[in-house]
Design a protein around this ligand. Structure first.
Ligand SMILES: [Zn+2]
Ligand SMILES: [Zn+2]
Ligand SMILES: [Zn+2]
Length: 83
């Protein structure tokens, strides 16, 4: 299955990746993958792969912090109401 190449921010303290944009797609060249250039345009099969595989993450910057989701989860766990 094809993979999207994404650029984004790496959050250093939790290691999460925050995607900014998809810059490219790595084509798997399989005829049974609807995302591939090798897939027939009018394919009758219903069994073909329609989803992308695990995205390839390219870090454009590294922030030595927890990501927003992790900070929200921590705040929630600590009983701090989010506004
Ligand atoms: Zn594919
Ligand atoms: Zn197909
Ligand atoms: Zn995180």
């Amino acid at each position: 299955m094809c993979q999207q190449v994404a650029k984004g921010t790496r959050w250093g303290k939790c290691g999460h990746f925050q995607r900014h944009l998809v810059v490219a797609v790595m084509d798997c060249c399989q005829t049974n993958c609807e995302r591939s250039c090798n897939h027939p345009p009018r394919c009758p099969l219903r069994t073909c792969i329609t989803t992308y595989g695990r995205e390839i993450q390219q870090d454009v910057d590294l922030v030595d912090e927890f990501c927003f989701q992790c900070r929200a989860a921590q705040a929630k766990a600590a009983g701090i109401p989010l506004r």
